[in-house]
Design a protein around this ligand. Structure first.
Ligand code: AMP
Ligand code: MG
Length: 399
C-alpha cells in the first residue's frame, strides 16, 4: 500500500498553523541562534583571567540591559554590569552571576573563582547559520514552530494535506443527529470516529454521509469521491448478500479485495478509483478503527511526506492471560494499568468483540500478538502499539 502512495505537492503555511504538518524541504538555517554571544545570567561581564583567583575587585565601566548594544569594552581589571540575554561586550568572555558579587561605589568584588567562559551563551550555540536544522519529512510540533520563529521563518514549506472523501455504507445506519432509531436501525458511529481520525492524520475532509446498500447510489458516491486524493468507506466488504461495496467494485480492475491475516479487520479492500486511493474498511467499528490505524493513517502520512508513519511500539508485560488467535496477528485493546521497573503492565480494556467500541475508547494501546501465539500468559512480555498518549495514572485531578 505504501508503495502505491504518491507524494503530494508542497505549499507555504503561516508559521503558527504548521503544527501537525510535515516539513516540505530540508531546512537550512538562514541565521544563527543565538544571533550573538550573550549572558546566561544577571551579573557582571569580565575577563576570565581577572577572576581566576577569589576576591578580586574590578572597576564597573558600563551597564548592559537586554536589547541594548554594547558600547564599552571590558579591559583588564574592569567589569560591565550585564543582564540575562544582553550581548557580551568586547573583551569579556565570562559572566559572574550577581549572587557571587558585592558591588559598591563603582566597583565590584568577585567572591569565588569563576572559570573562563562561565554563563556565556555562544553565538550559534543552538543553531549555526548554514546548518541543516530539520530534514524534509519532519512532523512539525509546537517546539519546531518555536525553532522556526527563532530562525525568522514565518512561512515554512509543508506538504499539502490530502483531501479525503469518506462515507459509511449500510441500510441499518442512522446519523447521530438523525432522530430516534427505528426497528433494526443502529447509529452510524464509524463516520464521526473516522472524521476525527482523518483530521488527526492531517486530512482535509469531504463527508459523503451514509450511503444506502444500493449499487447505483454507492457507485455515484464513489465517483464523486474520486476527485479527492483518497476515498475511505466502511462496511460492505465481507461475504454477506448485501455487501454492496464488494458488489460494486468486484469488477473494478483498480481495487483488490483482500483477506488480511489480522484480527479484527480481516476483510479489507484497497486500490485506486480513478486517481484516488481507495480504502474499504470493514463495518464493525473496532475493525474500522484497527484497519484505519494499520493501513489508512500510515498511507495518509506517507502522502504528506512524513518520514515516520507508524505508531511507536514498545515492550509491555501482560497483567492477565491474553487470549489470541494463532492463525492471525491480533490487535487487542489494552490499557496500561501500572509499571514494573518502568515497563508498562497492560490488561484488556474491555470486551474484545469487534463491535465493542468502549474498550477501544478506554484503551491506551493495541497489544500486538503475532501469528503463531495462542495465549500470552500473565507475566509474559507482549508488544504494545501506543495509539494515544497514555493517561497519567499517577495523578488524577480532584483526588
Ligand atoms: P458490514 O461489513 O457492512 O456487514 O458491517 C458489519 C457490522 O458492522 C454490522 O453489524 C454493521 O451493522 C456494523 N456497521 C457497519 N457500518 C457501521 C457504522 N458506520 N457504524 C456502526 N456500525 C456499523
Ligand atoms: Mg453493511
Amino acid at each position: 500500500m505504501l508503495g502505491a502512495v504518491k507524494l503530494l505537492g508542497t505549499e507555504e503555511i503561516t508559521l503558527w498553523k504548521a503544527s501537525g504538518r510535515v516539513l516540505g524541504a530540508d531546512l537550512i538555517a538562514p541565521e544563527s541562534v543565538p544571533p550573538f554571544a550573550n549572558s546566561a545570567m544577571d551579573g557582571f561581564a569580565v575577563r576570565g583571567e581577572d577572576v581566576s583567583k577569589p576576591g578580586r575587585t574590578l572597576e564597573i565601566v558600563g551597564d548592559l540591559p537586554a536589547g541594548s548594544a554594547p558600547t564599552v569594552e571590558v579591559g583588564s581589571g574592569e567589569a560591565v554590569r550585564i543582564m540575562t540575554g544582553a550581548p557580551m561586550p568586547v573583551g569579556a568572555d565570562t559572566v559572574v552571576k550577581v549572587e557571587d558579587t558585592d558591588a559598591a561605589n563603582g566597583t565590584v568584588r568577585v567572591l569565588p573563582i569563576v572559570a573562563k567562559g562561565t554563563a556565556v551563551r555562544a553565538l550559534g550555540g543552538d543553531v549555526a547559520e548554514g546548518q541543516l536544522v530539520f530534514a524534509q519529512g519532519t512532523m512539525l510540533t509546537p517546539m519546531h514552530i518555536g525553532v522556526l520563529a527563532n530562525l525568522g521563518i514565518s512561512n515554512p514549506p509543508v506538504f499539502r494535506r490530502p483531501r479525503v472523501a469518506f462515507m459509511s455504507t449500510g441500510d441499518e445506519l442512522m446519523a447521530v443527529d438523525g432522530g430516534r432509531l427505528g426497528p433494526g436501525m443502529i447509529r452510524d458511529s464509524n463516520r464521526p470516529m473516522l472524521k476525527a481520525l482523518l483530521e488527526d492524520a492531517g486530512a482535509e475532509l469531504m463527508d459523503m454521509g451514509i450511503v444506502p446498500d444500493d449499487q447505483v447510489a454507492l457507485r455515484s458516491a464513489l465517483d464523486a469521491g474520486s476527485q479527492c486524493d483518497a476515498i475511505v468507506t466502511t462496511g460492505g466488504v465481507s461475504m454477506g448478500d448485501y455487501d454492496v461495496t464488494k458488489l460494486v467494485l468486484a469488477d473494478d480492475a483498480g481495487v483488490d479485495f483482500w483477506k488480511i491475516a489480522i484480527q479484527p479487520a480481516k476483510p479489507f479492500a484497497f486500490g485506486h478509483i480513478g486517481a484516488s486511493l481507495f480504502f474499504g474498511l470493514p463495518g464493525n467499528p473496532v475493525s474500522a478503527l484497527v484497519s484505519f490505524e494499520q493501513f489508512v493513517r500510515p498511507a495518509l502520512l506517507s502522502m504528506q511526506g512524513a518520514r515516520h508513519v507508524l505508531r511507536p511500539q514498545v515492550g509491555a508485560i501482560a497483567a492477565e492471560n491474553l487470549v489470541s488467535d494463532p492463525a492471525k496477528t491480533v490487535f487487542l485493546r489494552v490499557a496500561i494499568t501500572g509499571r514494573r521497573e518502568g515497563i508498562p503492565i497492560v490488561a484488556e480494556s474491555g470486551g474484545q468483540s469487534s463491535n465493542v467500541l468502549t474498550a477501544a475508547a478506554d484503551a491506551d494501546a493495541f497489544a500486538v500478538v503475532p501469528a503463531g501465539v495462542g495465549t500470552v500468559a500473565a507475566g509474559d512480555h507482549v508488544t504494545i502499539e501506543l495509539f494515544r498518549a497514555p493517561a497519567s495514572r499517577e495523578y488524577q485531578n480532584g483526588k
